[in-house]
Design a protein around this ligand. Structure first.
Ligand code: PLP
Length: 367
């Protein structure tokens, strides 16, 4: 029998979440963001469920190549643009849209001769200070781009630094609209947080929205509003089983470093999942986890291949809590749900990181 760990990708939930994004988008076109191998889900595994998107946005030319091989003929946007002049021939061959956020990328485009071969989004830095032209540089960059024979179309893009809190993107949006005022071209500003928070408000959403994390059922505004509040469904479940049970005496320790001590005699389960599977090692003792449909907690440190769980609440609920009992680390399983954002919050991280960290050794089932 194989080790009992398995991840499950829920295509019905992906399709639902995309519909949720479309409803919020109020007529704006939707780039389904599938960077980082579809946030750890696997590009090929999510493609069918998301193919009613208007386009796919990602970073990696190899992933763009994969999408074309899967049969996607529609728009693909490179969110970080080209990484070198050689990428431009590939953009032409694969018909990719790309972001232009730096003067170097304009120089590369200037060396291409095929007329009107490139659709680009110029990127404005509205305060995040990651990618993009400053507001002072922006119009000159646009001017240069618009004079290049290889450029067919220039949209305008920014990425908000603080779209997850009320009012956090107001100044940035204003700066964006002021900077691009009067220039032709489509607008794209909203990630999941901005899309959900401004859902239905067509004037704020622009021409293209760029939802990522919401498609995968994690709340961009966690802990509140949470995924349920936004009507998002979990798309990835990480499941395993109990492979050992210890009856632990009061005062005895559990796990490496003896960080947890049993305050009373306890029944402790050993689950076949650890940090080498992508379960976060920094999840502290007490992180929520579901065993046999009952929400309980981890005990002590997460090891490479195992972690320990408190079986007493499971027994108290009338379940066997024994070798073979199913364990749900996050996601959904037989009516039980363990929000990935709750595990992430306990571990001091985000649903994004947990999904992306799913290890290659975990077998994945697509449902
Ligand atoms: C990742 C990314 C997104 C999607 O962000 P989410 O928070 O996952 O919705 C949108 N735009 C850009 C530029 C990105 O890099």
């Amino acid at each position: 029998m194989p080790r009992p760990i398995q991840a499950c990708i829920h295509t019905d939930a992906l399709a639902h979440n995309l519909q949720r994004a479309r409803r919020a988008a109020a007529g704006a076109k939707v780039w389904a963001v599938v960077k980082a191998n579809a946030y750890g889900h696997g590009l090929a595994r999510v493609f069918s469920a998301l193919r009613s998107a208007d386009g796919f946005a990602l970073l990696d030319l190899a992933e763009a190549e994969t999408l074309r091989a899967l049969g996607w003929g529609g728009p693909i946007l490179l969110l970080e643009g080209t990484f070198g002049v050689d990428d431009l021939a590939r953009c032409e061959r694969l018909n990719l849209w790309h972001t232009v956020h730096d003067a170097a990328q304009i120089n590369w485009l200037a060396s291409r001769s095929k007329p009107r071969a490139h659709r680009v989004f110029a990127k404005l830095n509205t305060g995040m200070n990651r990618l993009g032209f400053s507001p002072e540089q922006y119009r000159a960059a646009w001017q240069r781009l618009s004079q290049l024979p290889a450029v067919a179309d220039i949209g305008h893009m920014t990425h908000f630094a603080a779209a997850d809190v009320d009012g956090g993107d107001d100044d940035a949006r204003e700066l964006f609209l002021r900077t691009v005022d009067g220039l032709p071209g489509e607008h794209s500003t909203c990630n999941s947080a901005a899309l959900l928070r401004h859902g239905g408000d067509a004037a704020r959403l622009g021409d293209w929205v760029r939802p990522g994390i919401m498609l995968y059922g994690s709340s961009p505004t966690a802990p509140q509003p949470d995924a349920r509040d936004w009507e998002l469904r979990p798309t990835m479940s990480l499941c395993t089983r109990i492979i050992g049970v210890q009856q632990v005496a009061a005062g005895a320790a559990v796990g490496y470093g003896e960080t947890f001590r049993a305050p009373r005699p306890m029944r402790v389960g050993v689950a076949a999942v650890g940090y080498a599977d992508g379960y976060p090692r920094h999840a502290p003792s007490g992180t929520p986890i579901v065993v046999d449909g009952v929400r309980t907690r981890t005990l002590g440190r997460v090891s490479m291949d195992m972690l320990m769980v408190d079986l007493d609440p499971v027994r108290a609920a009338g379940r066997a809590a024994d070798v073979g009992s199913p364990v749900l680390c996050w996601g959904r399983d037989h009516g039980a749900e363990m929000p990935i954002d709750d595990v992430a919050a306990a571990a001091g991280t985000l649903g994004y990181e947990l999904m992306c960290a799913l290890a290659p050794r975990v077998p994945v089932h697509v449902a």
